[in-house]
Ligand binder design. Structure first.
Ligand SMILES: Cc1cc2nc3c(=O)[nH]c(=O)nc-3n(C[C@H](O)[C@H](O)[C@H](O)COP(=O)(O)OP(=O)(O)OC[C@H]3O[C@@H](n4cnc5c(N)ncnc54)[C@H](O)[C@@H]3O)c2cc1C
Length: 393
């Protein structure tokens, strides 16, 4: 069967670039080039080896200007929320592990200090973190408390003017490479956040190995064994679970876009493969069954992008509610993983190696589905919003 027209990229078909301002497009294209030149040639190897050159990459990402990019001051770029989302999309088109490094640094660790920290904490950490010279992590989850962080057992007690922290955190991105950990702990007066330099005696962060997902990302346990900190280590601006939740909301927002980057990369790689692959004397792309799959995936990718851009606009107008972030996170991660799996079928056996990005993305998206609020937790958030009934417990 003869080819009738030059192909159009899925998101081009939707014309979504027309909804994005010039400056935001320029930022997106810069990040896209970085991912093409620096990440794509190496990421398959990092994934297979289960390692990431996080320290080098952090400095390069700092020079690129993406660390804490949507925050104002302290060496941060102060871009729009939409630009931040688009950067997450490009980074995750490279690998979810890369995007996780940036999300945890900017939206969790830096944001916690930026929003809730003292002026002294901001001056000490934010400029170095924006430059990628210091890496941050965010310790909320514990071995027995993931979806329900309110039950956390990590405790901070007052000893004279100091604080002493004891407990364990689990599944902490960047943990073993971090210079500073934002750790949430139960105190006599609600949950509080602490800025913990990782060189403090009693702090250790053993890396979690044998992961089959997010292999190009550092994931760690945090052990806090009588970690003694000065009184000034507490984040003064917040008490209670609203502190960590405010940070998670920022990171979840990045994922709304990020997951689509992984999906787009899968779909583009698959379309290129299907056009080249000859099956029964014709290109795989020329079969109706293949085209039905590609059309359905294109639709979901484009719909997800429209949703992400809508949420981006609301964020830029400071009107974005956390329930709306849940809509985006639930939909876009769920559709991204479905796209990755469907793409894998089109690649056949070739789809199971790291020669193509598809199964790497699919495996990564398993983590993305779970962290920053599982799909079920976001269903409960949306369910509560539309019924007025909380069904969490
Ligand atoms: C690679 C990776 C990196 C991570 N990085 C970080 C990090 O940097 N910092 C950090 O603090 N955490 C991090 N996490 C932890 C992540 O946020 C938690 O895994 C997540 O919150 C889920 O917790 P859990 O794994 O304990 O699952 P659980 O909470 O035990 O949930 C298990 C299952 O029960 C379901 N469930 C939970 N509550 C309900 C309910 N009320 N009704 C019905 N079903 C329910 C869940 O949806 C899920 O399907 C990371 C996780 C991964 C995998």
């Amino acid at each position: 069967m003869a080819r009738t027209a030059a192909p159009t990229a899925p998101l081009e078909l939707f014309g979504t670039d027309a909804l994005i301002g010039e400056e935001d497009l320029a930022i997106r294209d810069t990040v896209r080039r970085f991912v093409e030149d620096r990440i794509r040639p190496e990421v398959g190897e990092w994934y297979e080896a289960g390692s990431l050159p996080a320290r080098d990459l952090a400095k390069e990402l700092g020079r690129l200007g993406v660390l804490g990019m949507h925050l104002e001051g302290y060496g941060c770029a102060g871009t729009s929320g939409t630009a931040y989302g688009l950067a997450c999309m490009e980074l995750e088109a490279g690998d979810s592990g890369l995007r996780s490094l940036v999300s945890v640094q900017g939206s969790l660790a830096m944001f916690a200090i930026w929003r809730h920290g003292s002026e002294e904490q901001k001056q000490e950490w934010l400029p170095r973190m924006a430059a990628g010279e210091a890496i941050g992590c965010f310790g909320l989850t514990e071995p027995d408390f993931g979806s329900n962080p309110a039950g956390m057992r990590t405790r901070a007690r007052r000893v004279g003017d100091d604080w002493v922290l004891t407990g364990n955190k689990m599944w902490i991105t960047n943990g073993s490479v971090a210079d500073v950990a934002v750790v949430w702990a139960q105190t006599d007066d609600r949950i509080r956040g602490f800025v913990v330099p990782t060189e403090t005696p009693g702090f250790s962060a053993p890396e979690i190995k044998r992961k089959l997902s997010l292999r190009a990302s550092v994931t760690s346990e945090l052990v806090l064994d009588e970690v003694r900190l000065p009184g000034s280590a507490v984040l003064p601006g917040v008490a209670g679970l609203s502190g960590p939740l405010s940070c998670l909301n920022e990171a979840r927002y990045g994922i709304v876009f990020g997951a689509l980057g992984a999906a787009r990369d899968c779909l583009e790689a698959t379309i290129a493969y299907a056009r080249d692959r000859e099956i029964f004397d014709r290109s795989l792309a020329s079969y109706q069954l293949t085209q039905a799959k590609l059309a359905d995936m294109t639709l979901e990718l484009g719909k997800g992008m429209l949703l992400a851009l809508h949420l981006g606009r609301l964020k830029d107008e400071e009107r974005l509610a956390s329930e709306q972030v849940s809509l985006g996170k639930l939909n876009n991660v769920r559709e991204a993983i479905a796209i990755a799996r469907e793409c894998r079928t089109i690649l056949g056996a070739a789809g199971i190696t790291t020669e193509y990005p598809v199964m790497r993305h699919a495996n990564n998206l398993e983590s993305v589905l779970t962290y920053e609020g599982t799909s079920e937790v976001h269903q409960l958030v949306i369910g509560r919003a539309v019924t007025g009934e909380a069904a969490f417990r």
